[in-house]
Design a protein around this ligand. Structure first.
Ligand SMILES: CC(C)(COP(=O)(O)OP(=O)(O)OC[C@H]1O[C@@H](n2cnc3c(N)ncnc32)[C@H](O)[C@@H]1OP(=O)(O)O)[C@@H](O)C(=O)NCCC(=O)NCCS
Length: 159
């Protein structure tokens, strides 16, 4: 488990810093997901969109920070929908993902959120294992949720 990590929110940064982090996230995103699943990480995410949060993990000491992982969630009253969790390939299996999930949980708990929900592709075994390890329970499976032959699984963590 790495102990040198900073976990933060792009809304705690100024515009220049936030745009740098978003550009780094966009590069990791492109490498990690097929083109039809790539999310856009433009400036609009930093301009106040109060319900949407972009969190990131960087190694402490690096200046400017180098993004190792990120997550995106949308909060609506007591429910948070966790849209995206990703660790840069070269930093996987070092406990970065589990720390990011713990950070999200603690933060949403503090904000008074009642539960976190997410959808995951049945075939994404590492992600499903991470979510189970983080306390999420599988609630339903929907065939073809992500396209023909790609089952989506809904998972929930009660806070
Ligand atoms: C899923 C992902 C975020 C995991 O991040 P990570 O930093 O490698 O995870 P950690 O090292 O913190 O591992 C935590 C737990 O997750 C599970 N896990 C992580 N990678 C795994 C793998 N390749 N195979 C099986 N289980 C895995 C394990 O239970 C692990 O606990 P353990 O190390 O005690 O066995 C990372 O693989 C990733 O970014 N994948 C591509 C993007 C993606 O699929 N995102 C989810 C959909 S949006």
């Amino acid at each position: 488990m790495r102990t040198d990590l900073i976990l933060s929110d792009i809304h705690s940064l100024n515009r220049t810093q936030a745009l740098d982090i978003l550009a780094q996230i966009a590069r990791v995103e492109k490498k990690s997901f097929p083109a039809n699943e790539v999310m856009s990480f433009g400036e609009e995410l930093w301009r106040k969109k109060p319900n949407t949060r972009v969190l990131y993990t960087a190694a402490s000491g690096a200046n400017p920070p180098v993004v190792l992982a990120y997550a995106v969630y949308v909060r609506q009253k007591g429910v948070a929908l966790l849209h995206k969790v990703c660790v840069a390939e070269s930093h996987r299996r070092q406990g970065v993902g589990i720390q990011l999930m713990q950070y999200i949980r603690t933060r949403l708990q503090k904000e008074g959120c009642q539960y976190i929900q997410l959808w995951v592709d049945q075939d994404r075994a590492p992600a499903r294992a991470l979510y189970v390890r983080s306390g999420y329970a599988e609630r339903e499976a929907i065939a073809d949720y992500y396209g023909p032959g790609r089952t989506g699984i809904r998972m929930v963590l009660n806070l």
